[in-house]
Every structure is written in structure tokens, then in C-alpha cells.
Design a binder for this molecule. Structure first.
Ligand code: ADP
Ligand code: MG
Ligand code: MG
Length: 884
């Protein structure tokens, strides 16, 4: 086997290897070299070596050394330089690169191969002494940090002290001699801190860097990122060793990051930032505020410093051409890293760019329109889980207040929260349920935990391509970066805004990641209008999907919202809340507390018209679409007063003895209400309740049909059935009422009676139950509870520990447990359809809005999923993706 493959040295060997083993960076370098784009020559050590490294106590496989040496010879031949050479030294970058991009999470070492001798050769060779020493300074600092484990801060301190002595604002002002002094201070620091001198042997440097890059796979921040994005440890990282090109060779040199389209708005125009006379991480680290690549971008941001387009028109137009080729080649938004050395463009990386949710949609739609990708591909490109972000609020346009700061609109959405100044505070505040905005000078990859815990992120430095911006967009967290007119004072924990405004930790602040504004306090926000792209994408999704999407709606308001979002019916209308509204609870209580059937019936007669009115309204809104109404489900004591005080009040209202009321409440007490007197069990002990509900439904259907001229086909759903005979009994009562209403109204009604499948026994005996049912609705909330024997309300107390200890991967109430609960769903659908081939089957649990669960529902060929109104767009798209 080969461990090493070279690129850009004549024939590109690494094209023969699959991209997973080369890592994203290695694969993109190989691909760009093959396309004839300007890529510095190099080699890739495949990720198999990383696996070996961890299995063999950080050791390397046999033969690796020889292969790397051969690869180096090829790079030397391609560049005409010698690694460690005394005349034309070859410098290298050693770069990590895993299968999926983990921006900034692992380590890179630049300018490797410099030592006290080669630095002089580099100076002579380039004729730029200042540059050579700047590179050496950078190298020592990076190598010490990444390989020797000495914190960057020590070096930053030396550098900053020296600059402030000299009265410099930027490192670029340092002269060659001053840099030499700094290098000797660096070397002294290393001696003192580590008791050894800086390694002068380039080969030793190289192996140190290779080990360090592999080791960075398990660094704290990389581990956190892997956990967050479900990236397996086993994948490992590849290592790329590449000839250096220099963006710090004077003012005709630069380094930058560019996107083929705008990653926050999706606008189709090259977009990016660069720094003159700079190297590597300078742009993403936010050391100086970067300049815009395009003239249009410069004007839009109101910046004064000239664009790359103006400064280096030749390199710029080459970049435009390369960008277009790469986007066409990969068929997706590209995020590129480049360096310009004395006017010559070099490409250092390209990958599919992360983008904000709204941008993802626009880009997918535009690319489909441009014929770059198919409609199906466009549907797949948009993450359904991000759709509700697009329903994210923005600041009301009529709200006029002076911002206390402004920065770049790095990740859209307006959010308010308490100011916190560190990732740790963000995490602990989040754990207490507080909403916070993480405010930092700049974020480092270590802050990633805090960013997930925060509602939003604000930085005072850094550009649109800084770590904070990239990570926030990826997570869908609103973010403003580079608010240069604000200042963070970590000493006193104060955020200084414009006009002398001071904000302390805990104060409320609002950031608007769509415009870059920062406002003091909480601010009124509004829902954004659904864009044309949104509507078109939904249209494509609707055409592509097989399953219908219904909604869980209990109120006319819910039903209306869901219709706006495209719901095709109601999959679950719970009736219990209706009895809590206004005065109804009093009548409901009178019914429950009645001593005999006659008393109950009297109260039910009063509830009937109220219930009928509810249904009439819902039927009118749904306009002929199917509506599934569930009979009363919770145990009756849920409607009764819980404490002494309330009991007295209710007794007074109902004109009843408190002691009698107390007696009745006690009689209804249950040890385990979830498994108690509820669902169809209520309809069996008190059929008059179910009959009242059935009458209300049928009479409302008659009224709605008369009103709209359209037939309404109500679906009545019996909850918590486990025996066929239970359903048979309740259905008999409903059928009886249907007959009565038809006789009374002189109208023929079409209706369906069905059941929830939410108990394991019902799933197992589905073939029997199906004989009595016109439809099944998989009630996966209760089915999950009863399959696991786990109470949803109590589980949060201990499921966290399960997830932390790796005992349970996902919360089964959020995302279906395919193996257990899913198996029962499969049984129920198979057995139900065996008995009744045209049985309609849907899902109405919380899982009906979860994209992964929706995919599973498609494998069961369910007829529909039903979810809460705001998740209807998500479900429409997820159902389409599941069909493609
Ligand atoms: P990351 O994965 O964090 O982006 P990279 O390996 O891409 O790390 O390295 C970071 C930066 O270092 C690059 O964006 C580029 O500016 C610089 N760099 C890497 N390799 C080279 C090289 N061969 N020549 C010049 N600069 C380089
Ligand atoms: Mg990079
Ligand atoms: Mg239930």
C-alpha cells in the first residue's frame, strides 16, 4: 500500500485515491491541480496513517518515511528548491484535512524548514530581508504553539510590547532588524520555558509537525466539533505537505478567502476578503480588518480601503475565472482560500461553502434556474430543519432607535439576550434556561460550545469569513461580527457602545444578524414574509413528495396558520383544551362532579353547542380538507382543582359542599394517570361524553356542508385502544349518533371512525383492530412512552445522563427509535393493511415534524405525516426528500 500521494508535481497521483482517505482539502488540491489551476505542489498523507497513528500509540507505519522523502524530492523538482537548502530553500506548509471540513478546528504549520541558516538564504533569494524574518518569526510562533505546546499568548505579548515601544499599529511596520530582535527574544523564551532550543533540523521540524497535526484530531476543540456534527473518531485526518507561497512578500502580495456567491444572502457575485502583505490565518483570525475583494463589496460595506479588483486587476480577474470554473466543476457554492505572491495567484483550498439557511435556498433555486443542478438536487440541497429559521424574526421596520453599534451581517436573524462575555458563562446561563448573547472581541474555535448555547453572537473584530461567522452560519445562530465601533472590556466586563453607552454583563442587548445592527435592550421583532424562492421550492417539493402533510391543530388559530404553511388537513385535533376555555371549565367540572348520569347529561347538553361551534369554525377553515378529531383523552381529574384554595372557590361557584367536592376529587385520584382512566376507557365508562362529542362533530359537519356546499368528511379518532372490542363498543355508540343526526337533519353524512395506535398491544393486534377501523393514526408520543415504559415528562431528569454516557444516542421523543418503536409501527402498518388493504395510516406524534423520522415514515409508505403548524414547511420538504 501507498501512504503518500503527490499533487501538482507533474502527474497528480492522488486522483486515484478516494476522497474520503485524502480528506476534503487533499482531494480539492488534487482536483484543482488536475484542472490545471495554479496550486503549489505537494503531497497528501492519507487518513489511514492517522488511524494507524492512534492504534499504534502515536507511531507511524513502515515505509511512510521513504514515501514522504520521495514525495519531497518531487516537490523539490517541481519548484527547483531544496528542503533545508542553503541557497534556494524550500519551505513547506503542513496542513490537516479530514473527510468533512472542520474549519479551524485542527492545526496547520506554515513556513516550515526555516532555521537560523535558511532564513538568510531566503532573504538573499527573495531580496527581501524583512519578509524572511517575518516568516521566521511566524514559523517559530506557530511551531511552538502547535508542536511544542507553548501558548501563542507568550509570543503575542513579546510582539505587542515591542510594537507599542516602537509606536506601531500593525506588524507590517516592523523592519527586518526589529523582526530579528523579536526572533531572538522568541528563541530565548523557548529556552526558558521549555529548556531546549528551537529545532534547527528541517526534518525534525517536519516530523514534529506531522505528529502534531495527527494529534490535533483529538484536541479539545476538534473533539467538541466532532461530537456536535456526529463525525466519527475513526475517520481520522489526512495531512497535506505543500510548498509555501507567500502573501507576505510586500504590497503586491496578499492572502484571502473568497466565496463564489455571497454565503449570507446567496447573491450571485464573487464575495470575499483579503489582507495585503499577510499570511495564512491573518484573515480568519481578524488581526487586521480585511479588505473587500470586489469593488461592489467595498462600496456595499462602506469601507475606504481599496478592493483587490482595484489594486491587482490581473490577479483579480484570474480569481474570477478560477471561481467560475470551480463552481461549475463542483456544482455548488465554493469557499476558496488563495494567496497572491508578487502578483501571481495561487489556490490553496476549495470546498463546498457553508451558508446561511436563506442563502442555501436562494443558491439552490438559482442554480436550478441556471441549469447547474436539477430540481430534485435543489430540493435535496436545502436542510428541512433550517426552514423554521427562515421564519426567524427580523426587527420591525417601523422601530426607529439608534444602534449602539454596527458590524457585519454575518448570520441572519434578530435576537435579544443577556450579555455574557465568555463561552463558559454562556453555557451555564443556557443551562439555567436564560437567553444570552455571547459577546467577544473575536471568537476562537474554543468558543464553539458557548456559541451553541447562545441565542446570538457578537464580535467587535473579524470579518464575514472569520471563525465566528462561519461557525454561526453553519449552526443557524444569528451573528454580527466586526462591530468596530464597540469595545469589549474584559477587565470590568463592560461592552462600550457608540456615544459612550455602557452595557454590563446581564444587560439585554439585541443583535440583528441580517443588517449588522446592535441595539440596547429588547426590541420589537416581526415574522418575515415568505420569499418567492420559499414558495417555489415548496411547490417543487409538493410535486416530488408522495406523503401528504397534515397538521396538529386544536384551535382555529392553529388551523389557519397551518393552512398558510400548506397543511393538507388536520391529522390531530385534540378536544380537551376546548373544555378549559372561558366559562366552559365550570360546566365541564359540573359534568365531572355530577353524581349520576342524569346530572352528567344535563351538563353535557350545555357543553354541546360550545363544542359544535368549535368544530364548525375548524371545518370552515379547512374547507373540505380532512379533519381528524380525537375524542377526549386525558383523565377527568386533570380538569379538577389541585389545591385547597381552588377547591373552595370551585365549590362556591358550583354551589356545592367543599367536603363533598373533596370527596369526589379524592375518588378520582390515580396512582399512575398516564396508564389510568383515560382515552377510550372514559368513553366506555361514560359513553354519554363520547356521544356528546360525536353529536357536536356531526351537527357541525351538517352546518358546514350547508354553509359551503362542500361535503365535510369528519374522521373521529378513538384514543388509547388496545383491544378490538374497545373500539367496537365506542364505534357502535358513534354510529348510533350518526344515524340520529342524519335522521334529524335529513342529510346523508360520510364519516370515518378510526383509532390511534399508541399502545404496544394495539400494534401487535393491528389486524383485528383494523377490522373495526377506517384509519390508524400512529400516536408515537404515547407509543414511545409505553414501548420504553418511560414517562416523557419525567425522562428529562435522567435521559441527559443516558446521552452523556452513550447509552442512548438520541432522545426518542424527538427522533423516532427506529429499532423498537419503529418495529411496532412497521408491524401495525403491515398487519393493519393485511386485514384492510385500503386502511389509511398516518402519524400524529411529535415525530411527524422531524426530518429523520419522516424519512422512516416514507419507508413504511404511510399516507401522511401530521405535525405542529410551524413545522409544516419542514415536513413538506422532508417528505419530498424522502421520496427522491
Ligand atoms: P484550515 O483547515 O484551518 O483552513 P489550512 O490548512 O487551510 O487550515 O491553513 C490555513 C491557512 O494557511 C490557509 O488558508 C492559507 O492561507 C495558509 N496556507 C496553507 N498552506 C499554504 C501554502 N502552501 N502557502 C501559503 N499559505 C498557506
Ligand atoms: Mg483552510
Ligand atoms: Mg396519546
Amino acid at each position: 500500500t501507498n501512504w503518500v500521494y503527490s499533487f501538482g508535481c507533474g502527474e497528480t497521483q492522488s486522483l486515484d485515491i478516494d476522497r474520503d482517505r485524502l480528506g476534503g482539502k487533499g482531494a480539492s488540491l488534487a482536483e484543482m491541480a488536475r484542472m490545471g489551476l495554479p496550486v503549489p505542489p505537494g503531497l497528501t498523507i492519507i487518513s489511514d496513517v492517522c488511524q494507524h497513528f492512534y492504534v499504534h500509540a502515536k507511531g507511524f507505519p513502515d515505509g511512510l518515511k521513504q514515501e514522504i522523502e520521495a514525495g519531497l524530492r518531487a516537490i523539490e523538482a517541481a519548484t527547483g528548491r531544496q528542503f533545508g537548502g542553503a541557497e534556494t530553500p524550500l519551505l513547506l506548509s503542513v496542513r490537516s484535512g479530514s473527510r468533512v471540513s472542520m474549519p479551524g478546528m485542527m492545526d496547520t504549520v506554515l513556513n516550515l524548514g526555516l532555521n537560523d541558516e535558511t532564513v538568510k538564504a531566503l532573504a538573499a533569494d527573495t531580496g527581501d530581508e524583512r519578509f524572511a524574518w517575518d516568516s521566521y518569526r511566524r514559523f517559530i510562533q506557530m511551531y511552538a504553539d502547535v508542536v511544542l505546546g507553548l501558548d501563542q499568548e507568550f509570543f503575542e505579548e513579546i510582539l505587542e510590547d515591542r510594537m507599542s515601544e516602537l509606536g506601531y499599529a500593525y506588524e507590517t511596520q516592523l523592519s527586518a532588524d526589529e523582526l530579528k530582535d523579536i526572533v531572538s527574544e522568541y528563541e530565548k523564551l523557548l529556552d526558558e520555558e521549555l529548556g531546549e532550543s528551537f529545532p534547527q533540523d528541517p526534518c525534525e521540524q517536519l516530523w514534529g509537525a506531522i505528529s502534531a497535526v495527527f494529534s490535533s484530531w483529538t484536541s479539545a476543540r476538534a473533539t467538541a466539533y466532532r461530537a456536535l456534527h456526529d463525525i466519527p473518531f475513526d475517520w481520522g485526518t489526512a495531512v497535506n505537505i505543500q510548498a509555501m507561497v507567500f502573501g507576505n512578500l510586500g504590497n503586491d502580495s496578499a492572502t484571502g478567502v473568497a466565496f463564489t456567491r455571497n454565503p449570507s444572502t446567496g447573491e450571485k457575485a464573487l464575495y470575499g476578503e483579503f489582507l495585503l502583505n499577510a499570511q495564512g490565518e491573518d484573515v480568519v483570525a481578524g488581526i487586521r480588518t480585511p479588505q473587500s475583494i470586489t469593488e461592489a463589496g467595498r462600496i456595499a460595506s462602506g469601507a475606504e480601503k481599496p478592493s483587490l479588483e482595484k489594486l491587482m486587476p490581473r490577479a483579480f480577474s484570474e480569481l474570477v475565472t478560477v471561481a467560475a470554473r470551480l463552481e461549475r466543476h463542483y456544482g455548488d457554492l465554493q469557499d476558496m482560500e488563495f494567496t497572491i505572491e508578487r502578483g501571481t495567484l495561487w489556490m490553496l483550498q476549495t470546498r463546498n461553502g457553508k451558508r446561511a439557511a436563506g442563502a442555501a435556498m436562494k443558491i439552490a433555486m438559482d442554480m436550478a434556474d441556471e441549469g447547474l443542478i436539477s430540481r430534485d438536487e435543489a430540493i435535496i440541497r436545502v436542510d428541512p430543519a433550517t426552514l423554521d429559521q427562515m421564519l426567524h424574526p427580523t426587527i420591525s421596520p417601523d422601530f426607529k432607535a439608534n444602534p449602539v453599534g454596527s458590524g457585519l451581517p454575518a448570520s441572519p436573524g434578530a435576537v435579544t439576550g443577556e450579555i455574557v462575555f465568555s463561552a463558559e458563562e454562556a453555557i451555564s446561563a443556557h443551562a439555567e434556561g436564560r437567553k444570552v448573547i455571547l459577546v467577544r472581541t473575536e471568537t476562537s474555535p474554543e468558543d464553539i460550545h458557548g456559541m451553541t448555547a447562545a441565542e446570538g453572537v457578537l464580535t467587535t473584530r473579524g470579518g464575514m469569513t472569520s471563525h465566528a461567522a462561519v461557525v454561526a452560519r453553519g449552526m443557524g445562530v444569528p451573528c454580527v461580527t466586526g462591530a468596530g465601533n464597540m469595545r469589549v472590556d474584559r477587565f470590568d466586563n463592560i461592552l462600550h457602545g457608540v456615544g459612550g453607552v455602557l452595557m454590563h454583563a446581564g444587560d439585554l442587548v439585541t443583535i440583528d444578524g441580517s443588517t449588522g445592527r446592535v441595539l440596547k435592550g429588547a426590541v420589537p421583532t416581526q415574522k418575515p414574509a415568505l420569499s418567492d424562492d420559499f414558495q417555489r421550492l415548496m411547490g417543487w417539493a409538493d410535486a416530488a413528495r408522495r406523503m401528504k402533510v397534515r397538521t396538529n391543530a386544536d384551535t382555529p388559530g392553529d388551523a389557519r396558520t397551518a393552512r398558510e404553511f400548506g397543511a393538507e388537513g388536520i391529522g390531530l385535533c385534540r378536544t380537551e383544551h376546548m373544555f378549559f376555555e372561558g366559562d366552559r371549565i365550570k360546566t365541564m367540572r359540573r359534568m365531572i362532579l355530577a353524581e349520576d348520569e342524569a346530572g352528567r347529561r344535563a351538563a353535557l347538553d350545555q357543553l354541546l353547542p360550545m363544542q359544535r361551534a368549535d368544530f364548525e369554525e375548524i371545518f370552515a377553515i379547512m374547507h373540505g380538507l380532512p379533519v381528524t378529531i380525537r375524542l377526549l383523552d386525558p383523565p377527568l381529574h386533570e380538569f379538577l382543582p389541585k389545591n385547597e384554595e381552588e377547591r373552595e372557590e370551585v365549590a362556591r361557584a358550583l354551589d356545592m359542599e367543599t367536603s363533598l367536592l373533596k370527596q369526589r376529587v379524592e375518588a378520582l385520584y390515580e396512582f399512575n394517570p398516564m396508564l389510568g382512566h383515560r382515552g377510550c376507557r372514559l368513553a366506555i365508562s361514560f359513553p354519554e361524553i363520547a356521544e356528546m362529542q360525536a353529536r357536536a362533530i356531526f351537527e357541525a359537519a351538517v352546518a358546514a356542508a350547508r354553509l359551503t356546499g362542500e361535503a365535510v368528511v369528519p374522521e373521529i379518532m378513538v384514543p388509547l385502544v388496545s383491544l378490538r372490542s374497545e373500539l367496537e363498543y365506542v364505534k357502535g355508540r358513534i354510529d348510533g349518533i350518526a344515524g340520529t343526526v342524519m335522521r334529524e337533519s335529513g342529510m346523508t353524512l360520510t364519516y370515518r371512525v378510526g383509532t390511534m395506535i399508541e399502545l404496544p398491544r394495539a400494534a401487535l393486534r393491528a389486524h383485528e383492530i383494523a377490522e373495526e377501523a377506517a384509519f390508524f393514526s400512529l400516536g408515537t408520543n404515547d407509543l414511545t412512552q409505553t414501548t420504553f415504559g418511560l414517562s416523557r415528562d419525567d425522562a428529562p431528569g435522567f435521559l441527559g445522563a443516558y446521552q452523556k454516557k452513550g447509552i442512548l444516542e438520541r432522545d426518542p421523543f424527538m427522533s423516532l427509535d427506529f429499532d423498537g418503536v419503529g418495529e411496532l409501527m412497521k408491524l401495525a402498518t403491515e398487519r393493519g393493511r393485511m386485514a384492510k388493504p385500503d386502511l389509511q395510516i398516518g402519524i400524529c406524534g411529535e415525530h411527524g415534524g422531524d426530518p429523520i423520522s419522516i424519512r422512516f415514515c416514507e419507508t413504511l409508505a404511510l399516507d401522511y405525516v401530521s405535525c405542529s403548524p410551524f413545522r409544516v414547511p419542514t415536513a413538506r420538504l422532508a417528505a419530498a426528500q424522502a421520496s427522491i
